[in-house]
Write a new protein. Structure first.
Length: 277
């Protein structure tokens, strides 16, 4: 069964990249049937993503949350599930062209890593770790979607006239995009808070200290501060529009650096997250 992992990932990648290509054609042509087709291809990718997660869980005998590959697979799943929910609730399939590049890039990384199953470290055998990583997956899925909506907002707000006419046809109004971004961050921040708290509890269990300013911990805190600033300024100062969209983009840059950049560039106690690191 282990040898099935890579073919499944390649088919998943093909579906996600295919959906991106079809979304692109539908966006520029205004062909709604092509957009519907792209969404159906996303569902195929999500189904393959789900099967990959189930297979990995069966192979390791538990939740697939033990290394960077498994987290990345869950991350992609969370982003796509969030997109499907938003697309259905707000009729926002046009945003697919902005969110699927994130999904495609991470999926490309997934097919490039070593899928060999390694023994689970003793420090990873913890209930707190499962809660910690699950909360991170949910939060990151919400933030990835808020990033895509923010990019759509910024492009619609600043695009040239010819391009803007297409954006006006394909995307809802700026106020709607701003409100959707806010709701996604409002959902994501509590889960990011749970991630930090349970991570501290787990760190005390695994390493004897609630907080050690490990690079991963530090950048997770920076990410939390960015999104907390987004909500704080919105509640107290009515912070909306382009500035809020840029803050959302900055937050997701921090998310990506926390996941990839810290693990590769600033190794610390969380270096186990990398497959065979």
């Amino acid at each position: 069964m282990e040898q099935l992992q890579l073919p499944l990932l390649w088919f998943m990648l093909a579906a996600y990249v295919g959906s991106l290509v079809v979304y692109g054609f539908s966006f520029w042509s205004g062909n709604k049937k092509m957009r519907d087709l792209a969404t159906k291809i996303v569902y195929i990718g999500l189904a393959l993503n789900t099967v990959s997660l189930i297979l990995r869980a069966a192979l390791i005998g538990g939740l697939p949350l033990n290394n960077g590959f498994e987290f990345g697979l869950c991350f992609v799943f969370a982003v796509v599930v969030t997109y499907v929910f938003v697309e259905k609730k707000f009729n926002l399939s046009a945003v697919g062209i902005f969110v699927m590049p994130v999904v495609a890039v991470i999926s490309c990384w997934l097919v490039s890593v070593d899928l060999t199953i390694q023994p689970v470290m003793p420090a990873l055998r913890s209930y707190w770790l499962s809660v910690h990583v699950t909360a991170a997956v949910i939060a990151y899925g919400s933030f990835a979607m808020s990033f895509a909506v923010s990019i759509a907002y910024l492009l619609k707000d600043r695009a040239e006239v010819d391009f803007q006419s297409r954006l006006n046809q394909e995307l809802p109004g700026l106020k709607v995009l701003d409100a959707i971004c806010y709701k996604l961050i409002f959902i994501g921040l509590p889960f990011l808070t749970i991630m930090l708290v349970t991570g501290a509890v787990w760190a005390e269990y695994a390493w004897g200290s609630f907080w050690s300013w490990d690079p991963k911990e530090t950048w997770a805190l920076i990410t939390w501060l960015v999104y907390a600033a987004y909500l704080h300024t919105r509640f107290l100062k009515g912070f909306k529009g382009r500035r809020a969209a840029w803050l959302s983009v900055l937050g997701f840059v921090a998310v990506i650096f926390t996941f990839f950049g810290v693990s590769y560039l600033l190794p610390g106690m969380h270096s186990y997250l990398l497959p065979n690191a």
